[in-house]
Design a protein around this ligand. Structure first.
Ligand code: GDP
Ligand code: IMO
Ligand code: MG
Length: 420
């Protein structure tokens, strides 16, 4: 069996959590492979709503195995809170959630460093989620990190050594902090972790596949936030792309099956950084209001704009997307005109290959206009009921990208999902 990967093609918050939940009944195993609690994946079903941060979105449908892979960064305090709140609502995970010993730990000082680095950047700040993601991955790459497996062996000494290093940096940045107030909750999280099966996830995932078990890998963030291919430096600190599933789970590239690329029928971005199709007018406000575009993690208002095919095609190329999933189509129900960006005009020339720099150059999006469908998509249950204008919109995207749109989402609920 192979690993199917589902990942965001834009700047995150495409609706990954919802669709992973919808697809879970078809898989035996659901995994996260990168990112950490910077993610906020929302699921709605039976009138209930959950936001998952570090735990895979495969925990609600059947008794599936869920795995947090080595590529993830885990904050034990936030993980404990998330897991306990799920247990309270009747979803006890201790028997079916496995955690890679190679996943790196987000320390309280990583969170402080995140804040300190942002403060030091001043007006150039990235607008991070403040969860310590960048500093934790920095320590991983510089070979100073602490891993989940470390908690089983001489942990106190390793922790103290790392903290001493972090405190030196915090002092050099003149950053004021109160570490003592953060540590009890964090160490409680470390103890809490010990009741879970801490595993060599790469062996487990490969064995499960060899036994014929199907695996779905759930991406976090989006391709435009990828550390290599996103709008650097306004990105997250991991590889959010399909290749990240290989390094973040320990599966070889030839074990990757379908690549589900998920995108909104428009675009959003939270935090700082370039966004070529961003709307600063009442149209952008309207999309944000109808789409409830506020961050699931930080509550920040998401910036809104039209669908960007230049960026979307780039994401599809980088990820080898085999199936597209279009989300939040219903948000555009009430627009007379819907626009899609088909090129960037830079210095008088139109480019369609996503360029190196989208930050320090003036980009004028070139738009193709579509007539709005002006009808309620949320009531639709099958493709045959699509308004013509909506079908045309999808057809255009498929023709431009060369990839079929296999799932269309028309509402936040699990049920508001149309397969084609
Ligand atoms: P993720 O991070 O990719 O999992 O996405 P988020 O959960 O951060 O953001 C997606 C938001 O859109 C959530 O509030 C979802 O409940 C909501 N949502 C998902 N699909 C749809 C849809 O088709 N229509 C509408 N109106 N909302 C949706
Ligand atoms: P999901 O999985 C949207 C953004 C932050 C910031 C940048 C870097 O829910 O789609 P970080 O804390 O990662 O160092 O912040 O990345 N960001 C996200 N934006 N959705 C996310 O996750 C995000 N995770 C990080 O806003 O601009
Ligand atoms: Mg999100």
């Amino acid at each position: 069996m192979k690993v199917d990967v589902l990942l965001g093609l834009q700047w995150g918050d495409e609706g990954k959590g919802k669709v992973v939940d919808v697809l879970t009944p078809r898989y035996d195993v659901v995994t996260r492979f990168q990112g950490g609690p910077n993610a906020g994946h929302t699921l709605e079903f039976n009138g209930e709503k959950y936001v998952l941060r570090s735990i895979p979105s495969g925990i609600f449908q059947g008794n599936k195995v869920n795995i947090i892979g080595n590529g993830v960064v885990l904050d034990p305090a936030l993980f404990k809170a998330e897991s306990e709140s799920l247990a309270k609502s009747g979803h006890d995970l201790t028997k079916r959630l496995f955690i890679s010993k190679k996943a790196h730990l987000i320390m309280p000082t990583h969170r402080l460093l995140d804040a300190a680095y942002e403060a030091a950047k001043g007006k150039d700040k990235v607008g991070t989620t403040g969860k310590g993601i960048g500093p934790t991955y920095t320590d991983k790459i510089s070979r100073n990190g602490l891993r989940v497996g470390d908690i089983l062996n001489n942990f106190e000494a390793k922790y103290k050594k790392a903290v001493a290093r972090h405190e030196q940096i915090l002092k050099s940045l003149n950053f004021e902090y109160d570490l003592a107030s953060l540590e009890p909750e964090w160490f409680a999280g470390i103890e809490y972790l010990k009741q879970f099966q801490l595993i060599d996830a790469e062996h487990v995932v490969n064995k499960l596949m060899n036994e014929g078990k199907s695996v779905l890998a759930e991406g976090a963030q989006g391709t435009m936030l990828d550390i290599d291919f996103g709008s650097y430096p306004f990105v997250t600190s991991s590889n959010t792309i399909c290749a990240g599933a290989c390094t973040g789970l320990g599966v070889s590239p030839n074990k990757i099956g379908e690549v589900y690329g998920i995108f909104k029928a428009y675009c959003t971005r939270v935090g700082a950084g370039p966004f070529p199709t961003e709307l600063f007018d009442e149209v952008g406000e309207k999309i944000g209001a109808i789409g409830h575009e506020f961050g699931a993690v930080t509550g920040r208002k998401r910036r809104c704009g039209w669908l960007d095919l230049v960026a979307l095609k780039y994401s599809i190329m980088i990820n080898g997307v085999t199936k597209l999933i279009m989300m939040k189509s219903d948000v555009l129900d009430d627009f007379d005109v819907i626009k899609v960006c088909v090129g960037y005009k830079i210095n008088g020339e139109v480019v369609t290959d996503f360029p190196y720099d989208i930050d320090e150059v003036e980009i004028e999006p070139v738009y193709k206009e579509f007539k709005g469908w002006k009808s309620d998509l949320t009531k639709i249950t099958s493709e045959s009921q699509f308004p013509t204008e909506f079908a045309d919109y999808i057809k255009f995207i498929e023709t431009e990208t060369g990839v079929p749109v296999k799932i269309v989402s028309v509402g936040p609920d699990r049920e508001a999902t149309i397969e084609r």
